[in-house]
Design a protein around this ligand. Structure first.
Ligand code: SAM
Ligand code: SF4
Length: 445
């Protein structure tokens, strides 16, 4: 193995699904350069750490991961730090961690091959530009898919500037990828074996574009176009912002069969005072109103969300209002975090930062309520007949794991079925995090 001329790469992605997508695109790019994929970093002579900057711990983890890449003989592979930490920290990374050869931001990773050439010559390579030419125009087209489920980034960046969040700074301004590129990429993913596509964006429902007839379209229009791809069986999207939830998108949940009954719609907090300080520009009630509309057209929709506890100035009463909105909204699953001050964001400068022990206690109370709701949601589905798309092998012999339309994991035993099959099952048991099912019938996939 040689750092001067790497042959095998390994990419480790942290954080959101958009990073997973970027990791896949970088992997295709490096494969196109003649490098082959290694299953772990020890076997690789080029390692990409595709980082996340959303919370403080994520940054610390990157530096400890860089340290761990050092080999017993003191050498290290070629190391590239990509993603949002690369964007935010820039040169600081190779100053703090001299073993890092390449620092590349989320809008510049299509330039990895050139950056590798610089690194091969022993120089440090840095690219955190937000270039005018989109990376999507130069990345290789999609080929055979390793899994039946694929991600497709349709929108990037954010103009919302929630006061706690680094995304508008690390991912840049909001852009929507063009309609025809997305339809083509979706078709290529399906030709490559994908049966489910999750459309991704920081604010995926802010996506807009013009269709091939020049008509203005929103996310619902794009979903309806993808619905026409015959071998595509399931469509999902995330993450949505309450302010961009259109009537058209709600209506699509009522009549597009391939659009799965799942909605990831973060509210962050239940107190209007806190929502205002967060610059969320929606209220607790306007959030609940969206859910009411959605449940009218799709009563079985599984709701998912994100929460932040301990935002500066959050009082006991504010926190009680967060618990109340959880009780009112009823979640099938959710992600909850302690507020983490991010450098350069307005909230980091606010007075009244909340003590860590108060945050811990609030997070525990919130998570136990959310866990209760998740378990209750899972239990409600017992006895139901539904379909699952088989995604991976389980730990037991002939065990396969698939996902329901509501994104729950189901374990089944079958020596005859394979990954990628869509099967009808009856849900026989529910635990807090997964379900067990029995096969009824295989559906042509
Ligand atoms: N655009 C999405 C939205 O507005 O809901 C979310 C994108 S963000 C990458 C994912 C989640 O990370 C947020 O919904 C929020 O709950 C959490 N998050 C963002 N900044 C945070 C911070 N400074 N501290 C703790 N959690 C944070
Ligand atoms: Fe961050 Fe808010 Fe934009 Fe979501 S909407 S990415 S939380 S600034």
């Amino acid at each position: 193995m040689s750092k001067a001329d790497p042959k095998k790469f390994h990419i480790k992605s942290f954080g959101c699904q958009m990073n997973v997508y970027d990791g896949e695109r970088m992997s295709e790019l490096l494969a196109g350069q003649g490098l082959s994929a290694a299953t772990n970093s020890e076997d690789a002579d080029m390692v990409v750490l595709n980082t996340c900057h959303i919370r403080e711990k994520a940054v610390d983890k990157v530096y400890s991961d860089i340290g761990r890449l050092r080999r017993k003989d003191g050498s290290s592979p070629m190391i590239a730090v990509a993603g949002c930490v690369a964007q935010a920290e820039g040169k600081e990374i190779s100053r703090r961690a001299p073993s890092v050869d390449i620092v590349v931001g989320p809008q510049a990773y299509h330039r990895l091959p050139e950056l590798m050439e610089t690194a091969k010559s022993g120089k440090k390579a840095l690219d955190t530009d937000m270039p005018a030419v989109s990376k999507f125009d130069v990345l290789p087209s999609r080929g055979k898919q390793a899994r039946p489920t694929a991600f497709l980034t349709i929108q990037e960046g954010c103009d919302k500037f929630c006061t706690y969040c680094v995304v508008p700074y690390t991912r840049g301004a909001e852009i929507s990828r063009p309609w025809s590129d997305l339809v083509d990429e979706a078709k290529a993913l399906v030709d490559g074996g994908a049966r489910e596509i999750t459309l991704l964006g920081q604010n995926v429902n802010a996506w807009t574009g013009e269709d091939d007839k020049g008509h203005h379209q929103g996310l619902d229009g794009l979903i309806r176009a993808l619905d026409k791809i015959p071998d595509l069986k399931r469509i999902r999207y995330m993450t949505s912002h309450p302010n961009d939830m259109t009537e058209g998108l709600v209506a699509a949940h009522g009549d597009v069969e391939k659009l799965m009954p799942f909605l990831h719609l973060p509210v962050q907090a239940g107190s209007d005072r806190v929502l205002k300080a967060m610059n969320r520009s929606h209220s607790a009630q306007s959030y609940l109103d969206i859910l009411e509309q959605m449940r009218k057209v799709r009563p079985d929709i599984a709701l998912s969300g994100d929460f932040i506890v301990g935002f500066p100035g959050e009082s006991d009463q504010d926190f009680e209002e967060t618990l109340q909105i959880v009780r009112d909204a009823k979640y099938a699953m959710a992600f909850s975090f302690k507020y983490s001050p991010r450098p350069g964001t307005p909230a980091a400068m606010m007075e009244e930062q909340i003590a860590p022990e108060v945050m811990d206690e609030r997070l525990q109370r919130l998570q136990s309520l959310l866990n209760e709701q998740q378990y209750a949601f899972n239990q409600q589905t017992v006895g139901r007949t539904t379909n699952i798309l088989l995604e991976r092998k389980g730990k037991l012999d002939s065990q396969l794991i698939g996902k329901t339309p509501w994104l729950q994991s189901v374990h089944i035993i079958s020596p005859d079925l394979k990954i990628g099959d869509l099967v009808e099952i009856e849900i026989t048991q529910a635990g807090p995090n997964s379900l067990t099912g029995e096969i009824k019938e295989r559906i042509a996939a």
